[in-house]
Design a protein around this ligand. Sequence first.
Ligand SMILES: CC(C)(COP(=O)(O)OP(=O)(O)OC[C@H]1O[C@@H](n2cnc3c(N)ncnc32)[C@H](O)[C@@H]1OP(=O)(O)O)[C@@H](O)C(=O)NCCC(=O)NCCS
Length: 226
Amino acid sequence: MKIRNLLSRIFCSANKAQENYPITLETPRLLLREHKPDDLDRIHDISKSKGFVYFCFDGTREKAEEFISEALRTQRPAPKTGRRENHMLAIIEKSTGELIGHTCMEAVSYLKGADYEVNFFVDPKYQNKGYGIEAILNLTDWGYRTYDLASMTVTVHPKNGPSRHLIVKEGYSKVDDVTIKTVAGSEPRELFLQTREVFYRQRANDTRPILLSQIDGSASPDGPKP
Ligand SMILES: CC(C)(COP(=O)(O)OP(=O)(O)OC[C@H]1O[C@@H](n2cnc3c(N)ncnc32)[C@H](O)[C@@H]1OP(=O)(O)O)[C@@H](O)C(=O)NCCC(=O)NCCS
């Protein structure tokens, strides 16, 4: 009996690992897909846009290369845990096929029971069109469904107005102040937490369908139906 349980756990975790690569998520206006080596030029272009700030970029090609390498490295589960350390996805505008940004769901350990945080950036040319929120909500929905999570976190620089606005509007609450490593050294961040229940309740406020599950009717206040 014990051996059967062990074998079933091994097969289940192998299936789960396979299920989680490659990730391709379709949203009403976007496609979220795994990064490819060819994304380097666009990522570098975005990272050196005037006024653009993201913790791992300084506008050099070297940092863009490191970003793509990390995306490719974390496409497979870490041998120690059997889970992906990160899920770094390109945001593609469906109507043009253009890469317009990035979103990711990274394993973190700020709070017990909140094992992943979401992060994101959008090319300044494409900001304020609702693409950022559409991307992170669809990845969050995927995360809640795939890993059966109770909550997720986001870290935001205290002076990052657009990101803070978006996160607070989405029902995240500030729970702590933390420090993260960035290309410019250690920097402060506000740690925000959102529960799965709040996430699915928020969907009732959406003025347009943002998740495909809203179109098929499976988004509910208690989370996705099995
Ligand atoms: C944060 C970011 C991804 C948002 O992307 P986006 O595609 O513009 O987001 P959306 O269009 O979905 O939403 C933008 C919201 O921010 C608001 N906003 C824009 N500029 C703002 C500002 N300076 N201060 C406050 N709110 C602002 C918009 O009014 C909009 O709110 P609304 O939906 O209530 O009208 C984008 O600003 C970005 O890439 N920033 C640089 C990287 C970054 O900071 N990443 C987040 C790390 S936590």
